[in-house]
Each structure stands twice: as C-alpha cells, then as structure tokens.
Ligand binder design. Structure first.
Ligand SMILES: C[S@@+](CC[C@H](N)C(=O)[O-])C[C@H]1O[C@@H](n2cnc3c(N)ncnc32)[C@H](O)[C@@H]1O
Length: 287
C-alpha cells in the first residue's frame, strides 16, 4: 500500500489495499476493521475522508498480511459455525471442514435424543467446537479438554465472550485426552474431537502461512500421524454411555485405519463422513 496521503477517502484506501493484497474480499475485511464498521456501514462511508488514525491502522494491517500473517490473525477474530472467535497464535485457526464436524454432532444429538446432552470436545484449541455446540443447543453441556496452556487460555477468552447461559455450560479442563474426564466415565452422550493428525515428516512441507503461525502440536500427532486419533478412539467406549457416539476428524488417508481402530474398540456402527470438498474426513462410531 502506498505511503500515507492526507485526505484519502475510504474508497481510495480500499482500492490501495486491494492492489496490495491482490484479494478484494480480504481488503474489504481489513478496511471494515480499520473503519470499525461492517460491510453495510462501509458502503455508506466510501466517499468520506478516512481519519488519519484509521488510515494508519489500515496500512499496518495490510503490511502484516503482506508479510505473510494469516488473515485471521491480522483480524484477530474469525467466524466459526455461527460464533465469532478470537484467533491468535495460541491455537489453531478453526477450519471450514471442522464446521462439518459441528453439523454432524448436532445431527447426532438429535438422533440420540439424550435428556440433557453431555458432550466432550477433546483437543478444544480455541474452544471452537465446544462454543459452537453450547450456542446451538441450549440444553447441551460440553466439557472441553486441552493439553496446551496457551490454547486453554484462548479457549477461556472465547468462553468469556459467550452469553451467560452458554458460558456456564462450557466447562474447560486442562489435560490429555480423557485424563480430566474420570468423573464423566460412562456418562458422555457424544465425544467430538479434531485431534492433530499429521505425521512429523509432513510438517516441513506445509504452506508457510500454516507452518509459521499455527502451533506444531495442534497439527502433528507423532511419527505416523495416527497417534492422537488412536488415543481418542480407544478411550471412547469407557467414557460413552450406551447408546453413545464418537465423531473424530481425520486426514482423508486415515479413514481405513481409523475405521479399523473403531472396530477393534468394539463400536457397533462405524461410518465416515466427507467434508465440503468430498474428502473422507470424519469418523463416526457408535457403541
Ligand atoms: C487440530 S487442533 C484442533 C483445535 C480445535 N478443536 C479446532 O478444531 O479448531 C488439535 C488440538 O489438540 C490439542 N492436543 C494435542 N495433544 C493433546 C492431548 N494429548 N490432549 C489434549 N489436547 C491435545 C492441541 O493442543 C490442539 O489444540
């Protein structure tokens, strides 16, 4: 973006930001952020002169994005399954394919019809899945487990932004997988998880926007990539009531191995759901 020119209109700043980023929608979001308004508000402001402080802020946002920071980190917030989340380096930026997991979880709760649904979200990261579920179902309690202290603090920040009724139904616990869920053994209706599922060797080949900004432990499970999925599947039968269901996100290439793990863990019904691009992405298993 060109250096500060006094008395630029928002329209001119939007054009400059679009040129700098090469993406019109991303430029609009950054301009809306700098202007402190939404899309409709920006439309009414376009021919007004931007205050210097706002134009300077916009230049700083554009420079960060041009420097390779993910758009979500530059904005500091991102919508996920109907909830606006704070997003930063402390945890993975929630992905669109994980919204498919949330939809599947809501469908499964309708199918199971528990009186007062009790759900665990393992590896909650930003708290995205747990927050989406407590906001979508007023009768649902979610215990969200996360090992990483930084991610836990981000999940707590996101929890604090929910309305009071949703907030009190989202319980955060720090620990590894089922470790903090001894009190819920045999009582969960649903376990949802988006665990790390990359093999260590895949890290170096990731897009730098991901590799330089998302936490390693959020993406890499271990030497084979299946270690976390295996832990989530193997602990499910002891923690689910009957009937109860596990929904676990995975890499498409892991569908057959994850299905075999669920069979070995005694699941009665096993299926795999595709993401929006048609790739096998979510293991479903009922006990
Ligand atoms: C792929 S990220 C998913 C984050 C979030 N659920 C989402 O969908 O955006 C996986 C998360 O699992 C956490 N994690 C990794 N190992 C864990 C373990 N042993 N126990 C609990 N959480 C773990 C990571 O810190 C990370 O936040």
């Amino acid at each position: 973006m060109s250096p500060a020119v006094a008395d630029s209109t928002w329209r001119a700043l939007l054009a400059q930001a679009t040129d700098a980023l090469g993406e019109r929608q991303a430029a609009r979001w950054l301009v809306e952020d700098a202007a402190g308004c939404d899309a409709a508000g920006l439309h009414t402001l376009l021919d007004e002169v931007a205050p210097d402080v706002a134009a300077t802020r916009l230049r700083a946002l554009v420079a960060r994005r041009c420097g390779g920071e993910p758009l979500q980190h530059v904005l500091g917030r991102w919508p996920f399954a109907g909830v606006e989340l704070i997003v930063d380096r402390r945890a993975l930026v929630p992905r669109p394919e994980t919204e498919v997991l949330v939809d599947a979880a809501l469908r499964e709760l309708e199918r199971l019809q528990p009186a007062t649904p009790l759900v665990a979200d393992l590896g909650t990261g930003s708290g995205a899945i747990a927050a989406a579920l407590v906001c979508a179902r007023a009768d649902c309690t979610v215990v969200a487990v996360e090992r990483d202290a930084g991610a836990c603090s981000l999940a707590a920040d996101n929890r604090s932004r929910l309305g009071p009724l949703a907030r009190e139904r989202l319980i955060l616990r720090q620990g590894s997988w089922y470790g903090p869920l001894a009190a819920e053994a045999g009582a969960l209706d649903l376990v949802v998880a988006n665990p790390p599922y990359l093999a260590a060797g895949e890290w170096a080949g990731l897009d730098p926007v991901v590799r330089d900004h998302d936490p390693y432990d959020a993406l890499v499970a271990g030497p084979t990539g299946l270690e976390a999925v295996a832990a989530v599947v193997s602990g499910a039968p002891a923690h689910l009531r009957r009937p109860g269901t596990l929904l676990c996100e995975l890499a498409p290439a892991q569908a057959a191995a994850a299905t075999a793990l669920a069979r070995r863990a005694g699941a009665r019904e096993i299926w795999v759901l595709a993401d929006l691009a048609g790739r096998e992405r979510i293991l479903g298993a009922r006990w």
